[in-house]
Write a protein that binds this ligand. Structure first.
Ligand code: GAP
Length: 537
């Protein structure tokens, strides 16, 4: 029986949502392509984010929960930036993961993603490790049974000790049985691995010409803070939004698009007075959580998790992750969809004065080399803000809601996937797969279907299709029995099917079938456009 995740991945391939990148050459690990329906879905998600956060934002009225009214604006920065940006941001020094290699299987793992449990059997105590995931417990059991050469009936001989924990806490590597290894002690010491992709700018090679593909869109916003201030009449508090590609050379890309090497982010840097920053942090944390529920993610599969003080970035006074119970995770486990971080003045001051030492809390001093000079020089440009009403000059604090467009797309796909039964044209119940996507996100908003391919029905249906197509993404289909056509639309999440039948020819009405309730309304042809508009927002 395939798992839900396997069914979702297979539907994505079969119906053109997501394909492995360069698949005819065997694919490339960590890279994905969005197909004809996937591109529409992802664009709708980005468009919903941009509209809700930027274009539809009312600059004049304080939204519920916000300390006051604020402005929102946008940017679209280059992917390759001056290398000094990444030195001052801290990515050059600090943006790394620890990895371990298995000398036996030649596989590479992110150290923190190896989970395991101590077990004792036949007088030997070992830490059995497996890759974190939906079947973690099963994998650990299978591996222990295999290693100790036990049959199913001897399972009771395994004496498990303690809970499942990360392998990072196990000091003695010699006692870890790695996944797919026959003997313990095959893992290497953890090694650091910088996640930034390096590239060469221009014809010259060598260190001076090397640059990086951005690992986040955020820094483009910080380095343009002064440009935005100088080119607009914007006043604090305000937010700058950006959507764009980011690249990270992840050690273990996995779980479909969840951890990719090329992905898109939707980030806001919100600049405010330091005294108000805690209130703004709470506002953005709650506002961003609501955005997902408004677009259909169930609250019981979403979680807002405040970081423990030990988890916080050195400069951060608060971070919350918005997490979703992705089906590839173990029960009760959640994966990050978006992080909302209070970043203080770390970024603006680093780009102004030179990279700050993140450990020099609370005042943050410029990190120096052995010669006492700044380790990485800042731009020297004044990135502070002068309030023209009060005369106060200060470096703003920043709240950063940072979302992933691909993770959001994956979460909406997972949430939408349902299997149920619907009656066919003879009234008999047939099983169906239905993607219950929010109408704002659905790739196709409505399908226009002549009941049969004769009696003038296709001509009327095509006329309706052409009229609606000027406004919405609609699809025309006259092939196969009507029940089968409905099911094809259900499977890709089309919320409404308009059917032209014998009655249409007599009274100029069509039936509109609702994907979720299966209710059929009779609507005059003339009103179809406004009917859809009212439901699509
Ligand atoms: N500027 C802050 C920042 O980039 P992050 O938590 O590293 O923070 C923000 O990334 C979001 O970007 C994540 O919550 C996730 O949605 C998305 N993201 C990060 N790494 C990703 C990856 N390898 N694949 C897909 N999405 C990723």
């Amino acid at each position: 029986m395939p798992t839900t995740m396997e069914k979702i991945v297979s539907l994505c391939k079969r119906r053109g949502f997501v394909f492995p990148s360069s698949e005819i050459y065997g694919g490339l690990n960590g890279f994905w392509d969005y197909g004809p329906l996937g591109v529409e879905l992802k664009r709708n998600i980005k468009e919903a984010w941009w509209r809700d956060m930027v274009t539809r934002h009312d600059d004049l009225t304080a939204p519920p929960g916000a300390p006051e009214a604020f402005e929102m604006t946008g940017l679209d920065c280059s992917i390759i930036m001056h290398p000094q940006v990444w030195k001052c941001s801290g990515h050059f020094d600090l943006f790394h993961d620890f990895m371990v290699d298995c000398r036996e299987s030649r596989k590479r793992y992110r150290h923190d993603q190896l989970k395991g449990r101590w077990v004792e059997a036949k007088g030997q105590q070992l830490f059995i490790a497996a890759e974190d995931g939906e079947s973690l417990e099963e994998d650990l059991k299978r591996q222990a049974m295999k290693y100790f050469n036990l049959r199913g009936k001897d399972e009771g001989l395994l004496q498990w000790q303690g809970e499942i924990v990360s392998a990072t806490g196990v000091q003695d590597l010699g006692r870890i049985l790695a996944p797919h290894a026959k003997e313990p002690g095959t893992l290497t010491e953890p090694r650091e691995f910088n996640l930034m992709f390096k590239t060469i700018v221009g014809a010259l090679s060598g260190e001076d010409a090397s640059a990086f593909l951005r690992p986040e869109t955020a820094q483009g916003i910080f380095v343009n803070f002064k440009n935005v201030l100088d080119s607009t009449r914007i006043r604090l508090p305000f937010g700058i939004a950006q959507i764009g590609k980011s690249f990270r050379n992840e050690i273990t890309p996995r779980n479909f698009t969840f951890r990719s090497r090329e992905f898109e982010q939707m980030e806001i840097e919100f600049f405010c007075h330091p005294a108000q920053s805690q209130d703004w942090y709470r506002y953005w944390r709650d506002r961003r959580f609501r955005w997902y529920t408004e677009l259909g993610l169930a609250e019981d599969r979403l979680r807002l998790r405040e970081h423990e003080p030990s988890e916080l970035s050195h400069y951060s006074c608060g971070t919350a992750d918005i997490e979703y119970a992705f089906p590839f995770l173990a029960a009760d486990d959640f994966g990050e969809l978006e992080g909302v971080a209070h970043r203080g003045d770390f970024d603006l001051r680093s780009h102004m004065e030179g990279k700050l030492d993140p450990h020099s809390k609370p005042d943050l001093r410029v990190e120096t080399s052995e010669d006492g000079k700044p380790k990485w020089r800042g731009s020297g440009k004044d990135l502070s803000y002068r309030d023209d009403l009060t005369g106060e000059k200060y470096v703003p604090h920043v709240i950063e809601p940072s979302a992933g467009a691909d993770r959001a797309t994956l979460a909406f796909l997972c949430e939408a996937y349902h299997e149920d039964e619907a009656p066919d044209e003879k009234g008999e119940l047939q099983s169906r797969v239905v993607m219950r996507l929010h109408p704002r996100l659905a790739p196709i908003k409505a399908a226009v279907l002549p009941l049969v391919k004769k009696d003038g029905m296709p001509e009327v249906a095509q006329e309706i299709y052409r009229r609606l197509k000027k406004r919405f993404s609609v699809f025309y289909d006259e092939k196969a029995a009507i029940g089968r056509r409905y099911r094809r639309q259900d499977e890709v999440g089309t919320p409404f099917c308009l059917t032209v039948d014998g009655e249409t020819l007599r009274d100029q009405t069509v039936t509109i079938r609702d994907r979720d309730s299966l209710q059929q309304d009779r609507v005059p042809v003339e009103e179809c456009e406004s009917w859809l508009l009212a439901r699509l927002g």
